[in-house]
Write a protein that binds this ligand. Structure first.
Ligand code: ME8
Length: 652
């Protein structure tokens, strides 16, 4: 595509709830969007990639209250704080062009105008809301939409809700939305169309409650104080306010709207494919070209969620395996439109097989052989062998077309499978042509040069097409091929690389991971942290004063202390209790003290307990000690008091 006739491509991710730190599930959608944005840029499109955060709603208000901060402070910390949303996207190499926060002033003001416009055109009206509300999902439901009386999205309990509220005439647009879903490619994958039409539209689309009065953390309805705009209206319009719709902050609306595609998780397809187009229809605005509902990354068969405590931390995975390997794994291992089961084992095996063995080896072997056999650069004199080269050359030449066909369908997994077919073929080509045998005779050098050239050229094409998935790795591959071209045009042609290419060797791109060792390390890290210090819970049971005073606490001096035969727990104390007669007490503290270190110490004993027999010996009382847990280990300290206190002194 020429510079002048650049086409635009506008792609979005959902804007994330900053109610907790993001996990690998959130990272999945953003990495997919990033790969698509980078792919379109590679093709020459003028790309706008929008992401952001959806910061209003009761859930945030409640969480902030629990944390003892204002809602704004709460979201600021999760969005901008260390390890927050912005840090995560930086780490993951997310090349977004714009980041919107729904608390941004320009967005808040625009939402107020949008709400008023729909009120003025009669599509928003005031009524009474009676129904069910799912607080975690911030979704209203009618009785008929509930599944077993619970929220159809998350399965949690819903609450009765009744209040004065504004409604959007969603019912008015049911026919047009159904037509859009059934008769166009607006929503993909197609399987999601039936779900929307059968579960939501056919049972009868009711008007949607679009304001709340029971909390304040939201965009205020400026013409009716006390109401805040329903968080989904506020959130969905981000896709347009971020371009300048109803505000002066940006001026890109004409250029980029309508969106080319909204990538969204499957549970929010309903909002994007029914409510969103209906609101745009109400305002006579162009509809986005496509909504793509991707599947979930599952853990142990269920959705990851902070409340279930089964989230996977992208920071840990990126640190251990590298950002590119993690990005690659997410898009290589699961079909984008369906659910996929995340596991550490799958992650490590994918890295070992595809990246360390197939891609890594191909790059290392090829570059190392070129350097070993020819030194500085390949010679100009090269000998092709039509028969032996045809398959590899054809596969590498046609790869861009196959890859493009899959990428256009958002089939990342298939696009990568095409690249890896060629990588495998190239590895086989090395074995078939055995460069180490060719290198043995001078007369075979032109053939050897051609074999290596074909391999390097294949590496260039594959590396270039991996750019959207692994940008840093692709850059490194280009560097090792002497700064090879990896622009879109060059990736569709075999033979672009300079025949006299000078290669640069380097360490393994992806070192092989020891599966067992790594799994054990990850398992260890996923154990809940052992509290530094733990003390026994306090008792609620009260002891009356008189009962307490009956306990006879005395200072006692250790005259002798010995281990008890056949017991690894007990120590036997001979104590001076001030009466002139020795007192014997047995105590289960052998694990904590050596007997000799206690002789001469002044301890505290409770002396009026009934005598007990332990290992055949009498014990008359109990020595007091302090117990607590440190890093998971129980600790015990005998209570030792000043030696100036005489034996028998009463402690009260
Ligand atoms: O839904 N696998 O925000 P959110 C795949 N604020 N995707 C997952 C996932 C998983 N395990 N867990 C979450 C919202 N996601 C709204 C969006 S847009 C106008 C407003 C995806 O932070 C989820 O499907 O709860 C959704 O697409 C995205 O992360 C954001 O989820």
């Amino acid at each position: 595509m020429c510079e002048k006739c650049k086409e635009k491509f506008y792609i979005t991710t959902p804007i994330y709830y900053p109610s907790a730190k993001l996990h690998i599930g959130h990272t999945y959608c953003t990495v997919a969007t990033d790969a698509m944005a980078r792919y379109k840029r590679l093709q020459g499109y003028d790309v706008m990639f929008l992401t952001g955060t959806d910061e209003h709603g009761q859930k945030i208000e409640d969480k902030a209250k629990d944390a003892g901060v204002t809602p704004q402070q709460f979201v600021d910390n999760i969005v901008e704080g260390p390890g927050g949303v912005l840090d995560l996207w930086k780490l993951m190499n997310i090349s977004y062009d714009r980041f919107i926060r729904t608390t941004d002033d320009y967005h808040v003001a625009a939402i107020q105008k949008i709400f008023k416009k729909m009120y003025d055109n009669g599509d928003i009206y005031k009524g009474t809301y009676k129904g069910k509300y799912c607080k975690p999902c911030e979704s209203f439901w009618t009785e008929s939409q509930l599944v077993d009386g619970k929220c159809p999205d998350c399965g949690r309990e819903v609450q009765d809700a009744e209040e004065e509220a504004y409604f959007f005439r969603l019912s008015k647009y049911a026919g047009r939305v159904q037509d859009l879903l059934e008769n166009t490619d607006f929503l993909e994958p197609r399987s999601r169309v039936n779900e929307m039409v059968n579960n939501f539209i056919k049972p009868g689309l009711e008007d949607l409650c679009v304001s709340r009065t029971s909390f304040t953390w939201g965009v205020p309805v400026d013409f009716d104080p006390g109401h805040v705009v329903y968080v989904w209206i506020d959130a969905l319009f981000n896709y347009m306010t971020a371009l300048g719709f109803q505000n002066d902050k940006y001026q890109d609306l004409d250029k980029f709207w309508p969106a080319d595609v909204h990538f969204v998780g499957k549970e929010i397809v309903r909002f994007h494919s029914i409510i969103w187009p209906a609101m745009l229809m109400s305002l006579n605005l162009p509809l986005p070209k496509k909504v793509y509902g991707h599947g979930w990354l599952l853990l142990d068969g269920g959705k990851m969620s902070k409340s279930k405590g089964n989230v996977v931390d992208p920071y840990i995975l990126a640190e251990r395996f590298g950002v590119d390997a993690l990005r690659f794994f997410l898009l290589r291992s699961f079909p984008f439109g369906s659910d996929g089961n995340f596991s550490n084992e799958l992650l490590i095996n994918t890295i070992n097989v595809d990246l360390a063995n197939d891609l890594g080896n191909l790059v290392s072997r090829t570059v190392a052989m070129a350097q070993k056999y020819f030194g500085e650069h390949l010679p100009a004199q090269q000998a092709a062998d039509e028969e032996k080269d045809a398959e590899l050359v054809t596969m590498a030449s046609s790869l861009r077309g196959k890859y493009e066909a899959e990428m256009e369908k958002y089939a990342f997994q298939n696009a990568l499978a095409e690249v890896f077919k060629v990588i495998s073929r190239a590895n086989k080509y090395i074995d078939e042509n055995a460069p180490w045998v060719l290198a043995k005779s001078e007369e075979n050098k032109p053939r050897l040069a051609r074999v290596l050239y074909n391999l390097l050229e294949t590496v260039r094409i594959c590396g270039g097409l991996l750019t959207p998935f692994m940008p840093d790795t692709a850059g490194e591959i280009a560097r090792r091929l002497g700064g090879a071209r990896m622009d879109w045009d060059s990736l569709g042609t075999f033979g672009v690389l300079d025949p006299q290419v000078a290669v640069v060797a380097g360490p393994a791109l992806f070192p092989r991971i020891d599966v067992e060792k790594e799994l054990a390390a990850l398992e260890e890290m996923s154990k809940p942290p052992v509290p530094e210090l733990e003390i026994e819970p306090y008792s609620d049971e009260k002891v009356d004063f008189d009962t307490f005073c009956k306990s006879d606490f005395r200072a006692v001096k250790v005259k002798d202390c010995k281990p008890v035969k056949k017991s690894d727990k007990l120590l036997c104390f001979t104590l001076d209790d001030g009466t002139g007669t020795d007192r014997q007490i047995l105590s289960g503290i052998a694990k904590y003290y050596k007997p000799e270190e206690l002789i001469g110490k002044t301890l505290v004993a409770i002396t009026n307990l009934p005598p007990r027999k332990m290992m055949g010996r009498d014990s008359n009382g109990m020595l007091l000690s302090a117990v607590h847990t440190e890093k998971g280990e129980e600790k015990l300290n005998l209570i030792m008091i000043s030696d100036t206190i005489p034996a028998g002194a009463k402690l009260c």
